[in-house]
Design a protein around this ligand. Structure first.
Ligand code: B1M
Length: 211
């Protein structure tokens, strides 16, 4: 079995320590970071997702897999950070109110930091007013909202509205993403940018500062 398959298999079993060691081994073997992320960690997580949907695994199994995913990703974090970059802008990031999914959000954070942006991570279950308050108090140029549930993606509209009501809509860009979100939804709620994955999110965000 290839090491990437081993990472995926062990992630599905929630073996966080082994996943961490295997990811380090893959790095030492010179496998590209993106390949380790996509074909090892995310591949395992996606299989867990399908099994979760089909009721073949349940919340506890998904939680331990998520923990293994996060531990593996932590090993990759320093490699995603381009060396010697000065912080070029400030972003506040969170998973919206009612939503506890943070794996994608954590990846977005890593990629943003990797591009040299300063990130204020508000965590999960973040109410719209918290995004706005942080953007105002910390002078953030961008608000990044993540949602994984069709029942919570609507909160992104509330973030856009709250930014308007607070009078900061012209000053701050609002970026949205997460599995159920798409370009149409982004336009519908009046957000600025939808991006499908963490790497693209970071590219678009950094582009805003160099523009
Ligand atoms: Co949940 N869950 N979950 N879950 N869970 C999903 C999302 C679901 C699709 C599973 C399914 O049924 N197939 C489904 C949602 C269905 C829907 O809304 N249509 C679902 C459900 C229903 C639920 C519960 C309601 C289950 C229950 O309790 N009955 C419950 C809700 C809890 C809550 O949030 N209030 C729940 C709970 C959980 C766990 C706690 C067990 C766990 C989360 C643990 C954690 O995050 N710490 C969990 C997990 C892990 C999943 C799945 C299996 C995996 C999600 C994930 O981390 N994917 C998921 C099924 C699936 O996705 N196949 C599922 C990997 C991650 C890297 O991808 O987050 O999409 P993702 O991030 C991507 C992109 O979306 C993008 O970048 C990343 C890739 O680079 N991205 C952005 C994300 N945010 C972005 C922001 C951006 C740009 C890009 O710009 C700002």
């Amino acid at each position: 079995m290839s090491i990437l398959n081993e990472i995926s298999e062990n992630l599905q079993k929630g073996k966080a320590k082994i996943v961490k060691e295997l990811v380090q081994q893959a790095v030492d073997e010179g496998i590209p970071v993106k390949q380790i992320l996509d074909e090892g960690l995310l591949s395992g997580m996606s299989i867990i997702g399908v099994k979760f949907k089909n009721n073949e695994v349940f919340v506890p199994e998904v939680l331990v897999a998520a923990r293994a995913m996060n531990m593996g990703a932590q090993v990759l974090k320093p490699l995603l950070v381009e060396s010697g970059i000065e912080a070029v802008g400030k972003v506040c990031l969170g998973t919206v109110k009612g939503d506890l999914h943070d794996i994608g959000k954590n990846l977005v954070k890593m990629m943003l930091e990797g591009k040299g942006l300063e990130v204020i991570d508000l965590g999960t279950d973040v109410p719209p007013e918290k995004f706005i308050e942080t953007a105002q108090n910390e002078n953030c140029d961008v608000i990044c909202c993540s949602a994984l549930l069709t029942t919570t993606m609507g909160v992104m509209q509330e973030v856009v509205d709250a930014a308007k009501n607070a009078g900061i809509r012209e000053k701050v860009k609002i970026m949205v993403g997460g599995a159920p979100v798409n370009q149409n939804f982004c336009e519908q709620i009046g957000a600025d940018y939808y991006t499908p994955d963490a790497a693209t999110c970071a590219e678009v965000a950094v582009g805003l500062f160099s523009a």
